[in-house]
Design a protein around this ligand. Structure first.
Ligand code: PMP
Length: 415
């Protein structure tokens, strides 16, 4: 049945789809950390719809929040409501700076707004981005997304972008990766009119790359020194995924601007930009959009923050994340002969596969995705060479499903 549905979909929908090329299933239903397909196969979800379903599919407390809101109203642009101010109050408390919030609809939309805010406030033009970054793929964000797969769109880029290497220690061409990257950043920020340094605190699509300690601190210092703004893109790393509400907290820095999407709406399209209050000199209708601050998204966002606090999700992510990372390392050591790197924070774990000479093993990873799916786990890849498997299960995954998934990972690897 899955194949039939997929075939019909392919006939009608754009050829530009990505995920069905890897997951040839049609979904009937999803519950907690599992997906059930139309043929009644059950899969463990280690994908969470690209790190979106952080609290599990149809989490009862999220369902209740949605039901409550749907009984009231579900669209009215920016007109005030209780749910709007309740959510604003709660989200602002999660940031370590006095913030103003601008609602957007998608991740890319939030990034576009954040860059506009930086340019507007500084009067500067350029944005500093990093190699292998992913910040969206809309016309406005293409230039910041430096992954090789976006290079084909170069003619349409926002050209006011300068990119420098991200401190990717496993493949770093420099001896002292952190300090050489920081000195490149400093050179560019000193030389050009950089409105903002746009950075993922852990690179997501680029391959779940955790930068060395001191990276964000270094960027903070450079931004301050040259009157540039630090824009932290928490779209993938935020909402508890790394074991902190926001990954930037791990470095103890205070950002100027933060972008938030994915997990805050649990799949309901809502996103936002939080920025320092003193940057709030924006003119009326600075960044409009019909659906911004959708009440269903606000209700889910509020329930999500409440849930994370109520069930101590952050500590769970730290301890289970450490367990998972250790198990991945052990399984790789016992079963994989090439060079590999297991890295990550919390439930944002990447496993990079290479041969003995560190050549990327991307086909191997594609096979792993297929084997895992066949055995009942949905897992996806990342990285500039498509050779990184990433673990991004819901933060609420039961321990038994995590262990079962690890057994399947080992089996798939052996195969
Ligand atoms: N920034 C980061 C760090 C992301 O991971 C993504 C999505 N993968 C985006 C921006 C873009 O978000 P969206 O797909 O909602 O436009």
């Amino acid at each position: 049945k899955s194949r039939e549905i997929l075939k019909i979909q392919e006939e009608m929908e754009t050829s530009a789809l990505n995920y069905p090329k890897y997951f040839n299933i049609a979904i009937k239903e999803a519950r907690g950390s599992t997906i059930i397909d139309v043929d009644d196969n059950v899969y463990i979800d280690w994908f969470a719809g690209v790190a979106v379903i952080n609290l599990g599919h149809r989490n009862p407390e999220i369902v209740n929040a949605l039901k409550d809101q749907i009984e009231k109203f579900w669209h009215y642009m920016e007109i005030p409501s209780e749910i709007r101010v309740d959510f604003l109050k709660e989200i602002r408390e999660t940031f370590n700076f006095d913030s103003k919030i601008l609602f957007t609809t998608t991740g890319a939309d939030a990034v576009e707004a954040s860059v506009k805010i930086a340019r507007w406030n500084t009067g500067k033009r350029f944005i500093l981005s990093f190699d292998n970054a992913y910040h969206g793929i809309t016309a406005g964000t293409l230039g910041f997304t430096t992954l090789p797969s976006a290079k084909k769109f170069q003619p349409y880029y926002d050209n006011n972008v300068i990119s420098v290497p991200y401190p990717y220690e496993y493949r770093c061409p420099f001896k002292d990766c952190l300090n050489e990257v920081l000195s490149l950043v400093e050179y560019e920020v000193k030389t050009h009119e950089i409105a903002g340094i746009l950075v993922e605190p852990v690179q997501g699509e680029g391959g779940y790359i955790v930068p060395p300690k001191g990276f964000l601190k270094g960027l903070r210092e450079i931004a301050d020194k040259y009157n540039s703004l630090l824009i932290v893109d928490e779209i993938q790393s935020g909402v508890g995924r790394t074991g902190k509400m926001w990954a930037y907290e791990l470095e103890g820095i205070v950002p100027d601007i933060v972008t938030v999407a994915k997990g805050i709406g649990e799949g309901i399209p809502i996103s936002l930009v939080a920025y320092r209050k003193d940057l709030d000199k924006l003119p009326q209708a600075f960044h409009l959009g019909t659906y911004r601050g959708n009440p269903l998204g606000l209700a889910v966002g509020k329930a999500t923050i409440d849930y994370i606090k109520k069930y101590d999700i952050l500590n769970r992510v730290v301890s289970l994340g450490e367990y998972a990372k250790r198990k991945f390392s052990e399984i790789m050591e016992d079963n994989y002969r090439g060079s590999f790197d297991v890295r990550g924070l919390g439930f944002m774990i990447g496993i990079e596969f290479s041969d003995e000479k560190k050549n990327p093993m991307s086909e191997f990873v594609t096979k792993m995705i297929r084997n895992m799916l066949k055995e009942g786990v949905i897992m996806y890849k990342a990285g500039i060479y498509n050779n990184v498997l990433r673990f991004m299960a819901p933060l609420t995954i039961p321990r038994e499903l995590l262990s079962r998934g690890l057994e399947i990972f080992e089996k798939a690897l052996k195969e």
